[in-house]
Design a protein around this ligand. Structure first.
Ligand code: NA7
Length: 530
């Protein structure tokens, strides 16, 4: 690694966003370096190595499109890629585009301070090194700050403790062991069926049940791969026009305008196809409670069909809005509760009191455990950014600025934080759209902005306060027209005690891309240059 400590761009994070950002910087002749905490590239797919981890977006869509050579040469083996396959892919990209010489691994950014006078960012690393750069790009991910709830007695536990989002690199042996898992979100739903196959007994501590639809994962054959490769450009283009950034069809009809029999047929068809497309069954599923109730009831019926013990099926059946929390995509999740070595423990009915030396105690019972797994999610969208002491103009920290919730312009930049960009930050569609095109769109926008500034001799860009406030209001108003604010999701920060309840992602994928393009075309409307 070149030892120069003054760079054009410091990129924080070597996940999909950071790597593509670095590639675009190299292509355009900017001196850039990635700082990455892990000892390898991959971000989400580096950390989330838990058994059963896979993407819930189809492989042929959850992949880069910036290089046709790359998409032509890479063969996805399954409909939904496993974590190891995704990690191989990320590593392939890092090698193929010769990114590694510009990536500093095993290093955490602790602080980034904007020097008002010299208009540069001064970045401190946990290696005691200091770097300077004109620009900072935070590619720190939306789901990268693991949440371990504050439960009394955790330090007393004598067994093994894991978090799904910070899984060790070695194989964890569950055979014959008593395993407890706290949480029933997406990570738990993917890992529970796999862990249950090995564990002596698996206790699932559930506070709130999630809705899950079957993945119907399958191997991809050569003919399918060849057909997709041929159509890649058209497929990518078509996906850009959808609400989710994914190719599945959203039925333009409203749910209550069709007969009950037609609705059932539509839900049946989507259940059989599998995946997130279930939510596209009707146009109004996330705006009309009546419409949503029909989808919710359908899934609850399915749970009762699959799970043999009716009381367990009832406990697994949510009564909330489907899709309000991220819909889970499962492989054999509900079926797992028919195994004799799996017990569902309802910790809403009988809350967790404490963790003990031997295991976990709820108000009703004590469970002896060898292994305890936290599948308790993340301090989403803001957590990773707030872990870094980021200070903009006048030494004002991002923590102060975001005291009442994240404030950004377009989820890309912030007033008071010149020359700092966020990839898929709060206020952008990010987690509500396919992350891969979202990442590429942001990185391309930032790259165009930097090259434009260079061409015009502009040194500093900063979001205007008024435009930022308008954007934040617009993001909230848009969410307010939907059912999204009706449950305690991580989209709202509601999973983290004390976090302001603000809907963080922006609903409206294709419109958002157009908006960003228009902002750039209008000489970066809403930004000031110095
Ligand atoms: P999620 O979806 O945030 O799920 C976390 C789960 O952990 C959820 O069931 C929570 O229940 C549960 N939880 C959290 N804290 C506690 C405590 N203190 N006691 C009991 N249960 C608790 O995280 P995932 O990692 O599964 O998925 C994150 C995203 O990754 C997912 O949405 C996909 O986009 C991929 P709660 O609902 O809060 O009652």
């Amino acid at each position: 690694m070149a030892k120069n400590s003054m760079l054009d761009v410091i990129i924080v994070g070597a996940g999909f966003a950071g790597l593509f950002m670095l590639h675009r910087m190299k292509q355009n002749g900017f001196a850039a370096r990635i700082i990455e905490a892990g000892d390898g590239v991959g971000g989400t797919w580096y950390w989330n190595r838990y058994p059963g981890a896979r993407c819930d977006v189809e492989s042929t869509e959850y992949s880069y499109q910036f290089s046709d050579e790359l998409q032509q040469e890479w063969d996805w083996s399954e409909r939904y890629a496993t974590q190891p396959e995704l990690l191989n892919y990320v590593n392939h990209v890092a090698d193929r585009f010769q990114l590694r010489p510009h990536i500093q691994l095993n290093t955490r950014v602790t602080q980034a301070v904007f020097d008002d006078e010299n208009e540069i960012w001064s970045v401190s690393l946990d290696s005691d090194e200091k770097l300077s750069a004109r620009f900072c790009v935070m590619a720190t991910g939306c789901l990268s700050s693991a949440n371990i709830p504050d439960i009394d007695g955790l330090a007393d536990f004598s067994g093994e403790v894991y978090h799904t989002g910070n899984w060790p690199h070695h194989r964890v042996d569950f055979s014959g062991k008593k395993v407890g898992i706290i949480g029933t979100g997406s990570s738990a739903i993917q890992s529970i069926p796999v862990i249950a196959e090995d564990a002596g007994h698996l206790y699932v501590f559930q506070r709130t049940p999630s809705y899950a639809v079957p993945a119907h994962n399958k191997p991809l054959d050569d003919a399918y791969r060849a057909a997709v490769k041929k159509e890649y450009p058209a497929r990518r283009e078509a996906a850009q026009q959808t609400r989710s950034g994914m190719l599945f069809q959203v039925n333009p009809e409203d749910a209550m305008t069709v007969s009950e029999a037609d609705r059932r047929a539509e839900y049946d068809r989507r259940w059989k196809d599998g995946g997130l497309a279930f939510l596209g069954a009707y146009n109004d599923l996330l705006v009309s409670r009546d419409a949503n109730d029909t989808a919710a009831e359908y899934i609850r019926e399915k749970i009762h069909e699959i799970v043999s013990d009716p009381s367990v099926a009832k406990a697994l059946s949510p009564d909330t809005v489907v899709g309000c929390k991220r819909l889970c995509v499962d492989t054999g999740y509900y079926e797992t509760y028919n195994r004799s070595n799996v017990s569902l423990v309802d910790v809403k009915a009988s809350p967790i009191e404490r963790i003990t030396e031997q295991g976990l105690r709820t108000q009703a019972e004590e469970y002896t455990l060898d292994t305890l797994i936290f599948a308790t999610g993340f301090d989403a969208m803001t957590g990773a950014l707030l872990k870094i002491d980021i200070r903009g103009r006048g030494g004002r920290s991002i923590a102060e600025k975001w005291e009442e919730g994240p404030k950004t312009y377009l989820g890309l930049a912030m007033a008071g934080f010149p020359n700092l960009f966020i990839v898929t930050g709060p206020g952008s569609p990010s987690v509500l759209a396919n992350m891969m095109p979202s990442i590429e769109q942001h990185v391309n926008w930032i790259t165009d902005c930097l090259t434009d500034m260079r061409a015009k001799g502009r040194a500093v860009i900063e979001a205007d306060q008024v435009f930022e406030e308008d954007w934040v209001s617009h993001v909230n108003a848009t969410a307010g027209k939907t059912l999204f604010p009706t449950c305690n999701s991580w989209y709202l920060g509601a999973n983290i005690p004390g976090k302001p309840r603000v809907f963080m992602p922006y609903l409206g994928y294709p419109a958002y891309v157009k908006k960003c393009n228009n902002v750039a075309a209008a000489d970066y409307e809403g930004f000031s240059f110095a």
